[in-house]
Structures are given as C-alpha cells and as structure tokens.
Design a protein around this ligand. Structure first.
Ligand code: ATP
Ligand code: MG
Length: 655
C-alpha cells in the first residue's frame, strides 16, 4: 500500500512518498515537484493543478485558488474579504458554506469549497498513483495548526469525496519537526531536551512552534500564528506600487484589467525573487495593456520600505511562541526556517531581530520539509512500511469547552467546563461525569471564540443522551461521557455509560488451602443510547458527492482520451503518408498505395471538418482502425525485411 504525505499549500502542494527505504518528493505530469493549488472549469472539462495554471490568464473567472483558505468557511466570514483580493472567481453560498459559481460544460454550476478541495486532492491522488503505478487511498495531509474543527472536518470530507482515507491531519510545523527529529541520531535524554523553534512563512500564512526533542520523541511546547502573513502580501504590495507608478508613467490603469494584472503580478513575483539575491531588480512587462511595454525597477531599500507593513508583523508570533513555551531565547538550541518566504533577506533579519540576534538555520529543505514530515507520519500509521519509532506529542491551539443546562436538582452545578485547554495533548481522551435523571444535551465549542480565524463558528459538536436509566437507590444517575480529541485535532463525543459495581467472590488460588474466598470489585458498563452531531457532512451526502466527483473525473478522462485518440489519428495520417513515398516504397503495390492514400486524404479532410473536429473517442478509434487494416500489412512487410538480415547474421553467429 502506498505511503503518501501531502503538504497542501495555498500556492503549491507537494507530495511525498515512502519508497526505496526513504522518502521521495515526487514530480507531477510536467516534472515539477510542486503542483499549483488551482482548480479550473472549461466548456468541455476541468483543469486541475498544472493545466489550471496554464489556462489561468485566459479563463480567470473560472479558475479558483486559495482552496485551503476557503474550505470550512462561510460567505459572510470577514476573512473571506481578504481572500477576495487574491481571487477572480465568483464566491457564493453553497448550503451554508462557501463555494464558487463557475461556467462549466457550458452552464453555470456551483461547487462548495469542500468539493473544490476534493477535486484537487483527486488530482494529487492521480499524480501519485501515476508515479507509483499503484492505487492510492491512504495519506496524511498537513494543515495549518490554526485550522479549527470545522476546517479539519471539511478537509476530511473532501478527502472522502476524492475516495481517499486521511489517516491523519498533521499540523504543518509538527510535520516539519517530525522530519527533523526522526533523522537525528544524537538526541538527548528526556531530562535535558533539545529545543528548536520552527518558523514557516509561506504564501499566505506564518506559523511558529517551539518543540522539545529527546530520544525517540518530540513534544510541541507552544504554537503561534499570523494567519495573514505570507508571500502573497508582498506580491500584493508590489502590484499596488507598480500599478500606481504606471498610472502616471504610462497613463494606464492596470488594476482595471484582470489580464494586465496577471501580467504585472507575474512580473512582480519574478522581481521579488530576484531581490532575494540581488540589491536591485528590473521589472519588464511586455504589452501590459494598450500595447504598452512597461518597465521599471526597484532597489532592495525601496522594496523593504514597501514591505514595512508586512515585516513589522513578523515579530509578534515569534514572541508569543517563545513566551508560551516558558523558555528564554538562550534555551532555544536552534531556529529552523521553512517556507518560500523565509528566502527573503528582510524576512530573515526580522526573524533574527525578534529572537535576540539568534543565528538562523536552514538545514531542512525549505520547500519540502512539510511533505516529508507528513510522509513519515503516514509511514507510522501504515502497516506496510516500517520506520523507527518516534513519538509525536502535539498540542491543540484552541481551548475546547462543553456546555450544558443546569440540572434542575442541582442549582449549584456549573454549566460549562473546559475539557481540552489550550496546549492539551493530541490525541487525548477525557471522561466527564454528570448526575442526571432525565435525557440531557451537551454542546462542545471553542472556549475563546475571539481567537478563532475570522468568522468561524465556534460550535464543534452536540451530544444528546436519549434516556438515562434510573439509579437503583433512587438517586441521580451517574453518567460517564467519553470525549476525545483525536489524531486529526477533531473533538467528538465517543460513548456514554453508567457503571455498576459488583462484588464477586473469587475462588482462592490455592485449591487445597483454607483461605477465605476473596471479594473482588467488578465494574460493569451499561451503554446509554445517544445521538451526536458535528459539522461533518452526512454519510449520504458524502456518498452523493463522491459519485458526482467520480462522474466528473470519468468525463475529464474521456475528454483526455478522446483528445489522445484524435492526435493519434492525425499523427498516423501524416506519418504514414510520408513513409509511403519513402521507406515503405518497395513494400507496397500501387493499387494498395492508391487506396491507402485515398483513405488518408479522406481521414484528413474529416479531421478538419466540423464533424471530425469534435467527434467521439470511438469515432477516432474506428477511423484509425480502418486505416491500420490497410496500413499494417505494409508495415509488417517492411519490418520483416528490415529484421531479416539481422536475424540471418544472428543465426550465422550462433551456428
Ligand atoms: P502556505 O503555507 O501559506 O499555505 P505555500 O505552502 O503554498 O503557502 P510556500 O511554498 O512555502 O507557500 O512558499 C511560497 C511563497 O514563497 C510564494 O509567495 C513565493 O513567491 C515565495 N518565494 C519562493 N521563493 C522565493 C524567493 N526566492 N524569494 C522570495 N519569495 C519566494
Ligand atoms: Mg506551506
């Protein structure tokens, strides 16, 4: 079974696989190690990943990115206003969650962000299956540590819709830490752990974690984030700067034309990368709009001035993570950087300044550390791949509480309890105790909603005990409720039960002896019927969406196969026609040649007719088969004649 880890990035995603006793980052269909996180819709098919990127400028309204930023959100979420700066597709409400309206197969269609992510994960699945030549189902997906229950559940739903089984959603920086720790053979004893501060600044967000490493284990001590700090903010600042400059310089309004904006944006990205290694960089955008070739330049100083707003925000999450870890900067053994945006010198110097001048290390692969770590995490959970044991003790970023109505018989009873405080270990199980006579409800929710991303609903799950058995003594019944924060960082109500303590006499061990029979306590559990609900999609809906996704996938495949057969026919026509006058000349009779040439001509005319331009796969296959029926015997005669001298000389040698 394949062992797969995915770094689901806001700009690009990377896929790791375990093979040849190690972890490889695999390449996609155009040999890139990162696949654009984009889904696009066209009149005939969808385009996902690389092909979506290729057609983005010409089909921007139907191309959608920011997938990981959208999933689990609602249209009214204030953070969606931020996303709109980076999106051209139309965002709409789809059954209470965010989605997009696109033109697909010639009609307006809407898809939820969960479906879009499912489409994208399906593409990553195909890339992996193609590389490994085996089916892919199990995987581990890395997510930002700031993802809430709703976002995590939505991502799991998306994986199910794509026919995938996410064994774990692992927090990004925890994946990085795992990849770091598992390769170290010199980790100290637990009493004296090594402390590493990890910083990831990507395209859209920044994550920091402090992790303690000792032999065979890692313990996440603290985490902090800026959900809105990344390379895209820098791209945006550059875009605004040059758009303003070109308004006076060329009298053009780049921001009024999405195409011009695309051209300028890609120029800005290039300039940004050049400025990471140079003190000055040119910007050249050919025919940006109105046939104007725009050009400009920027020095490192000007650049850093433009970025001041972004750079100024770097220190806060670093300080928060450090404070919360309870460590001083001197106790941090190393600072490890990952994420594309940490390549910017100004970003590095701000990180360093915030950490008291601490040296920064880049011993990890900045672009691939998350995918590698996620793949290790998958290997742990997979029965097929053996890895050295390494315990991952991760923590939850947001405190979770449960809430209930006061029991009528106990006016002093509290009505809420923080079950999993901030920093609680993942996974974790806790048993709650309630004294009740009647059926009762409990709600789980985040205890500090103001700390959650944007307008995300703090609600997590509901529990209803349908009936409570009477207590034998007529008291309130003691009900135990098992709650769990699982490996994905998702909280759920697992079981509810009452306990009955029985004292049973047990036969003494020595059969001949006269020791008195021992009394032993036995606890018998009686399950209480309950219902529970959370934000995950109903099974039936997942099944329906899975089927719909499979249909779209099959339709895309048919379009691709059709295109492939059409190309094969076209190629055969030109190739065979050329060879009939060349290498096949002495192996074809004139009548035969006449006939085949006629058929080739007819096929060519058909290919360029309205009918042949857009025919079915079987029509192309049938045409090619008809040509081959005549052509193949000629090819056969030619090949045989070619092979004969070789065969004879081989025969001579063996004789
Ligand atoms: P996120 O983690 O926020 O979801 P991501 O994982 O897709 O995003 P990364 O791949 O870590 O993001 O980083 C991509 C960002 O890094 C882009 O904004 C890209 O322009 C930027 N980047 C990459 N190389 C350089 C460079 N040499 N100089 C400056 N920026 C760079
Ligand atoms: Mg990332």
């Amino acid at each position: 079974m394949a062992v797969v880890g995915v770094d689901f990035g806001s700009l690009h995603s990377k896929i790791g696989v375990a093979r040849n006793r190690g972890i490889d980052i695999i390449v996609n269909e155009v040999s890139n190690r990162a696949t654009p996180s984009l889904v696009a819709f066209g009149p005939k098919q969808r385009a996902i990943g690389e092909p979506a990127k290729t057609q983005e400028t010409s089909n921007f309204r139907n191309t959608i990115g920011s997938l990981k930023r959208l999933i689990g959100r609602t249209l009214l979420d204030p953070e969606i206003e931020v996303e709109k700066k980076y999106l051209n597709a139309t965002l709409v409400d789809v059954g209470g969650t965010i989605g997009t309206e696109v033109s697909y197969l010639g009609e307006k269609q809407t898809f939820s962000a969960t479906q879009l992510v499912a489409m994208y994960l399906g593409k990553l699945r195909d890339i992996t299956a193609n590389e490994l030549k085996t089916a892919v189902t199990d995987l581990v997906i890395a997510v930002p540590g700031w993802y809430t229950d709703i976002q995590r559940r939505a991502l799991l739903d998306a994986a199910s819709i794509a026919g995938l089984n996410a064994l774990r959603l692992i927090n990004d920086t925890t994946a990085v830490a795992l990849g770091y720790g598992i390769t170290k053979s010199d980790l100290p004893e637990p009493e004296n752990p090594r402390h590493i501060l990890f910083v990831d600044v990507g395209h859209s967000s920044m994550s920091v974690s402090v992790v303690a490493f000792s032999k065979g284990q890692l313990n996440v001590k603290s985490t902090a984030y800026d959900r809105q700090l990344g390379g895209r903010d820098i791209d945006y600042a550059l875009l605004q700067h040059f758009a303003a400059e070109f308004k006076t310089k060329y009298k053009i309004d780049v921001l009024s034309s999405p195409k011009a904006m695309f051209r300028l944006a890609s120029g800005c990205e290039k300039l940004k990368k050049v400025l990471s290694a140079n003190m000055e960089a040119p910007l050249n955008v050919e025919s940006i709009m109105n046939d104007i070739d725009a050009s400009s330049k920027l020095t490192r100083d000007q650049y850093e001035e433009l970025l001041a707003g972004v750079l100024d925000r770097i220190a806060l999450p670093l300080q928060q993570a450090l404070t919360e870890s309870g460590l001083t900067i001197d106790q941090i053994d190393a600072v490890e950087l990952v994420g594309g945006t940490t390549r910017i010198p100004a970003v590095r110097s701000r990180i360093q300044a915030a950490l008291g001048g601490k040296p920064l290390s880049t011993t990890l692969n900045q672009d691939e550390a998350i995918a590698r770590g996620a793949t290790f995490a998958c290997a742990f959970l997979s029965p097929t791949f053996r890895v050295r044991d390494f315990a991952i003790h991760d923590i939850t970023h947001y405190p979770i509480k449960v809430r209930w109505e006061q029991s009528p018989s106990d006016p002093d009873e509290d009505t809420e309890l923080v079950v999993f405080p901030r920093g609680n270990g993942i996974p974790s199980t806790k048993i709650l105790t309630f004294y009740r006579k009647e059926p009762f409800d409990i709600e789980a929710e985040y205890a500090e909603p103001s700390g959650l991303p944007g307008g995300i609903n703090p609600w997590i799950a509901r529990f209803t005990a349908k009936s409570v058995p009477p207590d034998p003594k007529g008291d309130l019944t003691c009900v135990k409720l098992k709650t769990r924060l699982n490996l994905h960082g998702i909280m759920s109500f697992e079981t509810a039960y009452t306990e009955e303590v029985e004292e049973r006499e047990e036969a003494p061990m020595d059969v001949d002896g006269d020791a008195p029979p021992k009394k032993k306590k036995h606890v018998k559990k009686h399950e209480i019927p309950f219902v529970t609900g959370a934000s995950s999609l109903d099974r039936s809906i997942v099944e329906k969406l899975k089927e719909q996704e499979a249909q779209m996938h099959a339709a895309d495949k048919l379009v691709m196969d059709t295109e492939d057969r059409k190309n094969a026919l076209e190629e055969y026509v030109y190739d065979t026609r050329g060879k009939l006058d060349d290498r096949y000349v002495s192996y074809v009779q004139s009548a035969e040649k006449e006939k085949l040439l006629g058929m080739l001509q007819e096929a060519e005319d058909w290919l360029y007719s309205e009918e042949g331009e857009d025919a079915t796969k079987s029509a192309y296959v049938a045409k090619l088969d008809a040509l081959k029926a005549i052509g193949d015997p000629i090819v056969f005669r030619y090949r045989e004649a070619e092979e004969r001298p070789k065969a004879i000389s081989q025969l001579r040698q063996t004789l």
